[in-house]
Write a protein that binds this ligand. Structure first.
Ligand code: GLA
Ligand code: ZN
Length: 671
């Protein structure tokens, strides 16, 4: 078997230490090896040192760094430098600066703020990426490309307006088609040419901000425009280094980009994980959120192993209150990533700088390079654990339950003038369903509406407000073929263009339920339903529906809703479709979803998990199962395992109950 080992690495910015390089660079290599680090990500913000003047390049220092990495057995994840630009570029080519939605141009500063339509920026990026790819194509340290950094995009400059208009023309063909798709007859907003269409503004009377269809189109354009820029960045990399995988570091549920779409263009997805642990009972929720984010990021990469490109081996410095994670947290956070499918643990950053906005951000080494500190010791502990569980590297999840998270549904909800305007809680709702599934013992794959459903036995789809082309049909076929489908309130309200239906809504036949009215509540407004002998509170959102073939499994108990269906079941072909018509808490979802899945003959990974304990599993190509038990409690917990396992942590074999340490992740190999 090939020698497997996880990537254990960090962002490394040695050019910050150019004046001290003789002492610092060598020391960095020694320290990295002491900490069991085998990868360093370089060049992320190096443009000013790579191209100190327009057209004047200096790669000598990076040659030296790459050679140093190779000589010390380190893999290099080499970045393209577009995340940040040197001041000369803004001075010479002002088009690289973005314009905000009030049409004010940015001034030079900060990072992640270039205009992706700027021909100068596109040219400069292509030039430098080409040089990097040509120069390091055969370098032994080159392991992967890290394109830019934490991409985001929204620019309202005249060039981006033109790009938006061209995108619209491509999508709609004629202006009348656009007018009809956006329902522009309303308020006399019919455009007579694409040139009249401007990007929306934020809520203000400055320009368009109210049309949901227009806003949605802008979001889609921004996402596509960024994906196109990513493609531009990748061209020289793919041309000169076709065998080197390409990634870009993502930011979990960041609203501005359809990460599934971007992920499909990458070889490996990576993301930056910064949970703000509180050292109290809130850590359980934080752990659930983090697990959700890991699963979502794995989903955007098509469920392949992903990389945790950044995490903090201490406290971050950019939160309002920067709480220190207690001892053991770095290990928990690292193994949690592996449990959810990561093939790496990486930190930001290797050695903290002396100044700059991140001078006090947690790091593997403090600026003085000393190692007698907790962060360094905990990184060594992580390294030790990663060695023990090395056989897990490269293995994949095989979850049978899929949970839909879809950026288009989310965007439509963000702009929907209904229910809780601006606070529809899409992200929170999907996360709550995820937490419920995990608490019920299931491993979960996050998918979007374009994903293949065939690997799954159940598809859980909360708040799929907007139906993308073909999704309703795919879901129906899935149920007919024996699948279990669950849909929540506020699903299937609009089509791909964000228009309501005038024929039978596509989910009606599947759910056997017709949505009649939608109700939104604020605090103090309560209802409940009874299910399996318990009373479950309902809050915030309730939908009134009539049965068109489905049966009611539970009904509202109070007010004018009394007796109306809240939980429904419809038999569809060989399968079944459930709906939940109201918002409930995670505890209720755990019982409902757990109950429905078990009834559907879909077993959890582990039965009867104690509160605060979740399980995930990965499988290698030979079918060997690795089981992870995550105990988020700040005290030990006991779990009864269904069969024999060997702990990869200490080699002990178990059959039956195992004790989990407080706030720990334990990794087992099935016997
Ligand atoms: C992000 C960035 C890094 C750094 C860290 C700090 O993830 O990618 O450059 O700013 O945050 O937490
Ligand atoms: Zn622009």
């Amino acid at each position: 078997m090939a020698d497997k080992h996880f990537l254990h690495g960090a962002d490394y910015n040695p050019e910050q230490w150019m004046k001290h390089k003789a002492a610092v660079w060598q020391e960095d290599m020694r320290r990295a090896k002491e900490a069991g680090i085998n990868e360093l990500s370089v060049g992320i913000f190096s443009w000013a040192f790579l191209e100190p003047e327009d057209g004047v390049y200096d790669f000598t220092w990076l040659d030296e760094v790459m050679d140093l990495l190779a000589a010390n057995g380190m893999k290099a994840i080499l970045a393209t430098p577009s995340g940040s630009r040197p001041p000369w570029m803004a001075e010479k080519y002002p088009s690289v600066l973005r314009m905000d939605n009030e049409r004010k141009p940015y001034v030079y500063g900060a990072r992640h703020n270039a205009c992706y339509s700027s021909p100068d920026f596109r040219r400069k990026v292509t030039e430098i990426n080409t040089r990097l790819a040509q120069r390091y194509a055969n370098h032994p340290a080159l392991y992967m490309w890290h394109v830019s950094n934490e991409y985001n995009y929204e620019c309202h400059c005249p060039r981006c307006q033109k790009a938006f208009q061209a995108w619209l023309k491509e999508r709609y063909g004629t202006i009348d088609e656009l007018n009809d798709s956006w329902w522009n007859t309303f308020w006399s907003h019919r455009f007579s040419s694409f040139a009249q269409v401007e990007s929306p503004t934020t809520p203000s009377f400055l320009g368009e901000w109210e049309s949901p269809n227009h806003n949605l189109a802008w979001r889609r354009f921004c996402s596509d425009h960024l994906a196109d820029f990513f493609q531009l960045e990748c061209e020289p990399l793919r041309k000169y280094t076709p065998n080197i995988p390409v990634t870009a570091n993502l930011m979990h549920t960041f609203p501005g980009i359809d990460y599934f779409e971007l992920g499909r263009r990458m070889d490996v997805v990576s993301w930056d994980n910064y949970p703000r642990w509180k050292n109290d009972e809130r850590d359980r929720d934080i752990s659930e959120w983090t697990g959700f984010r890991h699963d979502l990021m794995r989903g955007t990469g098509g469920q392949k192993p992903f990389l945790m490109m950044e995490s903090c081996p201490g406290a971050v410095n950019w939160d309002d209150v920067n709480t220190l994670p207690p001892p053991g947290t770095v290990l928990y956070q690292s193994l949690q990533a592996i449990a959810h499918g990561s093939d790496s643990v990486q930190y930001f950053q290797f050695r903290a700088g002396r100044g700059g906005s991140e001078q006090f951000h947690g790091s593997v080494l403090p600026p003085d390079g000393s190692t007698d500190n907790r962060a360094f010791r905990e990184v060594c502990e992580v390294s030790d654990a990663l060695c023990r569980i090395a056989p897990v590297c490269g293995s994949r999840t095989r979850n049978r339950v899929a949970l839909v998270y879809d950026w288009h549904a989310r965007w439509a909800l963000d702009y929907a003038w209904t229910a809780h305007r601006f606070h529809q809680k899409y992200e929170e709702t999907v996360q709550s369903h995820h937490a419920a599934l995990c608490r019920a013992g299931y491993g979960v794959d996050l998918i979007d509406q374009k994903s293949d459903l065939t690997p799954y036995r159940a598809v859980i789809a909360p708040m799929v407000f907007l139906l993308r082309e073909g999704f309703a049909e795919k879901l129906t076929a899935f149920a007919e073929a024996g699948g279990l489908v669950y849909l929540s309130y506020m699903s299937g309200y609009v089509d791909e263009e964000d228009l309501r239906f005038i024929t039978q809504p596509p989910l009606e036949a599947l759910t056997g339920v017709r949505t009649d009215e939608l109700d939104a509540w604020d605090k103090g407004h309560e209802n409940h339903f009874c299910w399996q002998g318990r009373e479950w509170p309902i809050h915030q959102v309730a939908q009134l529906c009539s049965l068109r073939g489905a049966e009611a499994l539970a009904v509202y108990e109070r007010q004018f809703y009394k007796g109306m269906p809240v939980l429904t079941r419809n038999r569809v072909g060989d399968g079944v479709c459930y709906t939940l018509q109201a918002r409930v808490d995670t505890d209720c979802l755990t019982h409902v979803l757990g109950g429905l899945l078990r009834e559907g003959g879909i077993p959890p990974l582990v039965e009867h998990l104690p509160e605060g304990v979740t399980a995930t599993a990965r499988y290698d190509e030979d079918g060997q199962q690795y089981l992870f038990l995550l105990n988020t409690n700040r005290e030990a917990a006991q779990v009864a395992l269904p069969k024999g396992y060997r702990s990869l942590m200490d080699g002990r074999e178990t059959n039956g109950p195992v004790m989990l340490d407080a706030f720990s992740v334990t990794v087992f190999a099935a016997l």
